[in-house]
Design a protein around this ligand. Sequence first.
Ligand SMILES: Cc1cc2nc3c(=O)[nH]c(=O)nc-3n(C[C@H](O)[C@H](O)[C@H](O)COP(=O)(O)OP(=O)(O)OC[C@H]3O[C@@H](n4cnc5c(N)ncnc54)[C@H](O)[C@@H]3O)c2cc1C
Length: 385
Amino acid sequence: MASAAEDIQAIRENVRALCRDFPDAYWRDTDKKEAYPQDFVKALTESGYLAVLIPEEYGGSGLGITEAGVILEEINHSGGNSGACHAQMYTMGTLLRHGSDEQKQRYLPAIARGELRLQAFAVTEPNAGSETTRIETRAVRKGDRYIVNGQKIFISRAKQSDLMLLLARTTPYSDVKDKTEGISVFIVDMREVKGSLQIRPLDLMVNHHTNTIFFEDVDIPATSLIGEEGKGFRYIIDGWNAERILVASEAVGDGRWFVERASSYACERVVFGRPIGANQGVQFPIAKAYAHVQAADLMRFDAAAKFDRKEKCGAEANLAKLLASEAAWEAADVCLTTYGGYGFARDYDVERKFRETRLLTVAPVNNNLILAFLGQNVLKMPKSY
Ligand SMILES: Cc1cc2nc3c(=O)[nH]c(=O)nc-3n(C[C@H](O)[C@H](O)[C@H](O)COP(=O)(O)OP(=O)(O)OC[C@H]3O[C@@H](n4cnc5c(N)ncnc54)[C@H](O)[C@@H]3O)c2cc1C
C-alpha cells in the first residue's frame, strides 16, 4: 500500500516494478481486442497508487499532485496507458474540496479499497465541447430527487465505472445572467439509477472505452448533488489545474518512452553499413525531442510544486500541459520516422503509443484553449471567444 512517507524516487521505482508485470504484449493485446486492462487496473488499485490523492482518514495515502503525476508518468513511460484509470485522479479534487462529509464517508473509503470505481466524468455534449457552459443536459429537482434528461458524448469508461461525476444544467443557459451559473455537479451511482441511462460505445482510434450516454428521466437522489446547486462550473474549474498537471505528467511519460525507443532503435538498426543513429538526420531530431521533453518535465514539476503548496498555478499548469503534450507528440513523430516501415507494424508498439499520445493534445482540453488561457489570462490580450 502506498504511504505518505514514500518519496518520489521510491514511488517511481515501485510503479516501474508494478508495470513490469504488464509488458508491451499486454497493452498491445488489450488495444487489439479493444479490451479494458482489468488486471492492470486491479493491480494498481491493490497497490494503493490509484488512491494516493485520497486523504489518509478516508483510507488513501494523502499524497499530492506531484506524486500522482509521477505515478501516471511511469505507467505511460512503461509503455502502458494510464488513460484506463486516470479519471479517478482527475475528478478527486471536486469530491474532496466540495463534497459533503457524508459523501466523502460514503464513497472515498470504498474507492480507496477498490470496491467502487470513480472512473467516469461526464462533461462533453454534442453541442458543448470546448464551450462547457453550453451544456444542455438538465437536472430538475423534484422533492428529494433530481430528474436528468439529455445527452453526453465522448464519456470514457462509463461501463467500467460504478460512479460518474456528472455536469448538468439546473437552470437553462437562457435564464442565467452569468453563463457560468446554473450548472451543477452530481456524483451519480450508476448501479442505482432509475429511469433510462443508455451507454453506447463509440468507435474511436484509441482504446479509451468512450461512449455516448443518453439520459431519459434518470432519477437520482438529491443527495447526489455536490456542494451548492448552480455552482458546479466553479467546482470543475477548481480541478482544471490538477487535471492539466496530470495530463502533462502522462505526456512526459510518453515522451520518454518514444525517445528511449527511438534512440535505442537508432543504435541497433544498420542501413548502408552503419547504425542509422550515426546519421545526424536521424540523431538530431531525437536529441531535439529529448530536450523538449526534459524542458516540459521541469515545467510540470514547477506547476505541481506550486499546486501542492496551494499557490496560484494556472499559468504553470497550462504551460505544462501545452509543452508536455506537444513534446510527446514531437517525440512520437520522430520515433515513428526512426522506425521507418516498422513504425507502422503493431508488434513494435510505436503506432499504438503514437495514437494514444496524440489524444493528449486534444483531450481533456484542446491545446487551442490552453493558448487562449495563456493569451488572455497571462498575457492580457483580448478574449477570443
Ligand atoms: C478519446 C476521448 C476521450 C474523451 N473523454 C472524455 C470524458 O471522459 N469526459 C468528457 O466530458 N469529455 C471527454 N472527451 C471530450 C474532450 O474533452 C473534447 O473532445 C475536447 O474538450 C474538445 O472538445 P470538442 O471535441 O467538442 O471540440 P470543439 O469544442 O468542437 O472544438 C473543435 C476545434 O475548434 C477549436 N476551437 C473552438 N473554439 C475555439 C476558439 N475560440 N479559439 C481557438 N480554437 C477554438 C478547438 O480547440 C478544437 O480544435 C474525450 C474526447 C476523446 C477524443
